[in-house]
Design a protein around this ligand. Structure first.
Ligand code: N01
Length: 540
């Protein structure tokens, strides 16, 4: 039975599995479950597929995992037929890829677009999830799978007076589809994370004046992006299975180059040669050049000095350089960025840097931004201030589990999961690539594939056992979460104020949320649980 909507597929009133989100997680989840004979349906808030790549249409938006690796591996024909045009794909190309996947596998017939989930309530008497939407319709499903992404709820700080600003305000994650004409305008960018630095590089030469408000200077490495030639593509495709296997066995879900030895064991000349070589290659492998850059402070200090030296070679103005040089935390305490002419942008006379750690923003006025040191009049403010990451969107689904307990209550001290997939007290509810799993701490597409496959195996296992209830044991969830936290707190992530640990959201519990013990280690743990008949999960 169905109720009709005029946006995508009609919303069913019932289905076996309701999936929330049509990004890379939801698309593959739908495909896989259909193949296994489940009646699955997707609800998506956007008017199209692609998730993060649907929303993030800001100038310069690009992925910093190489396109050959940041793509699905589940279908060899798909990976052989798709031709990436650049080493690092830009947003329009990644969105086109998501659309291609949706069409190629006939997925749109199972997706209702432009519909937001407003409440997700478990009815224990019927063992069903009741999913309410902003269209008034409700879907009843035995299983509910949240594939909502980790960076999908934009965070805008509540500066006093922001409602009085007479100009335009934009967040990168909700960029207007028709684009924004910034030519000849005075533009402020607040935030110098991955989104901010891409925007700054992309718009520096078209705006009249660009004022960058920086709180924490950014460790960024050159991307050395370039077109992929037919020869590049042929070479990658010829060894695709090898590349994918290396990625699956890699700590962060992507094949990488490394010297495979500690920096501290090398002489200064050797270190310089190695670091220069990785810098010249470009990409995130810089932190992988040596085994200890991301784990031993003394090694990090050498690499950080090297980065500062390279930035100093680019930025000509000593005052700007002083503000831009990253200091105060190890490189891997926050997400390192890739840059294309970011530091060089500050050599333009129309690009200004404002240190808001030294002089914080006091208020937004009708005409601009006032810090403790000065007032900056602007026409447009771009708030590249990040996301309520990892838990923000999940908690906004209004999830209420067994005994009327809300997920917001259950997770008041931070996310608690079993293997990042199941939540105790929330039967038949699953999360794709969220907190407690490698997700954003890895090449997220391979992380998604691993989760989708694992959840599908579990549902198939339950179906063969004629079971219709799957739930994490509280002790297993507690033990897993303690393990995730323990590993996280022993890494450099505990030393930075990053979104990985909720530090960017006032009042949010500060705990390292992704599993950072290695994608390959995690995969083995999940496989072992499945092979042993799912200890830690009640299946009845
Ligand atoms: O967000 P962020 P993002 N006053 O949280 C600053 C992925 N991604 O959207 O560091 C002033 O990283 C904040 O300062 P501080 C990627 O995983 C990938 O850029 O908190 N400033 C910081 O500079 C990434 O990590 C790609 O001191 C304030 C910035 O805003 C994640 O998404 C591209 C402030 C926020 O940086 C998020 O990136 C884009 C305030 N009140 C995104 N509040 C690629 O693949 C925050 N800031 C390339």
């Amino acid at each position: 039975m169905t109720t009709s909507t005029n946006t995508g597929a009609a919303l069913p009133t019932t289905c076996d599995v309701l999936i929330v989100g049509a990004g890379f997680g939801g698309l593959y989840m739908l495909h896989k479950l259909r193949q296994l004979g489940f009646d699955a349906h997707v609800i998506e808030a956007a008017a199209g597929v692609g998730g993060t790549w649907y929303w993030n249409r800001y100038p310069g938006a690009r992925c910093d995992i190489e396109s050959i690796q940041y793509s699905y591996s589940f279908d060899d024909e798909l990976q052989q037929e798709w031709n990436w045009s650049e080493r690092y794909a830009a947003q329009p190309e990644i969105l086109a890829y998501a659309e291609h996947v949706a069409d190629r596998f006939g997925l749109r017939s199972g997706i209702t677009f432009s519909t937001r989930v407003t409440a997700t309530t478990y009815d224990a008497a019927r063992n069903l999830w009741m999913i309410d939407t902003d269209r008034g319709a409700q879907v009843n499903a035995r299983f509910c799978i949240a594939a909502v992404g980790c960076l999908s709820t934009p965070q805008v700080p509540s500066w006093p007076g922001v409602e009085n600003f007479a100009g335009e305000i934009y967040h990168p994650g909700a960029w207007p589809h028709e684009g924004v004409d910034l030519r000849g305008k005075r533009v402020a960018v607040i935030g110098t994370g991955s989104s901010g630095i891409q925007i700054i590089s992309a718009i520096a030469d078209e705006v009249e004046h660009l004022t960058v408000f920086q709180r924490t200077p950014t460790f960024a490495f050159p991307a050395h992006n370039r077109p992929l030639s037919p020869e590049d593509l042929a070479a990658a495709k010829a060894r695709y299975s090898e590349i994918r296997e290396a990625a699956r066995r890699a700590p962060q879900g992507r094949a990488f180059a490394t010297e495979g030895r500690p920096l501290l064991g090398d002489t200064p000349d050797q270190r310089d040669e190695v670091l220069r070589r990785y810098w010249a290659m470009g990409g995130l492998d810089f932190t992988k050049a040596y085994d200890d850059i991301s784990s031993v402070l003394e090694a990090d200090a050498v690499a950080a000095d090297f980065v500062r030296d390279r930035i100093s070679e680019v930025v000509q103005d000593p005052a700007k350089r002083e503000v831009l040089l990253p200091r105060g935390h190890p490189i891997s305490a926050k997400r390192p960025c890739l840059e294309i002419n970011y530091f060089a942008s500050f050599n333009r006379p129309n690009v200004e840097i404002v240190d808001v750690r030294a002089n914080p923003i006091v208020e937004v006025t009708a005409t601009g931004i006032r810090t403790t040191a000065a007032t900056h009049d602007v026409d447009v403010i771009i708030v590249a201030t990040g996301y309520d990451a990892m838990t923000g969107t999940l908690l906004r689904l209004g999830v209420v589990g067994r005994d009327g307990v809300a997920l917001t209550e259950a997770w008041a001290a931070g996310p608690r999961t079993y293997l990042g997939v199941l939540v105790d007290g929330f039967p038949n509810f699953f999360i794709v690539a969220g907190p407690g799993s490698p997700s954003v701490f890895s090449n997220v597409i391979l992380a998604i594939e691993q989760h989708v496959d694992w959840i599908s195996d579990l549902l198939t296992f339950a179906r063969s056992a004629e079971a219709d209830l799957v739930e994490a044991d509280p002790a297993a969830a507690q033990e897993w979460t303690a393990h995730v936290t323990d590993i996280g707190e022993r890494t450099f992530l505990s030393l930075g104020n990053s979104w990985y640990r909720g530090a960017n959201i006032p009042g949010k519990p500060q705990v390292v949320m992704p599993y950072v013990g290695g994608t390959h280690v995690y995969r083995d743990k999940c496989d072992a649980v499945a092979a042993a008949g799912y200890p830690g999960v009640s299946i009845s």
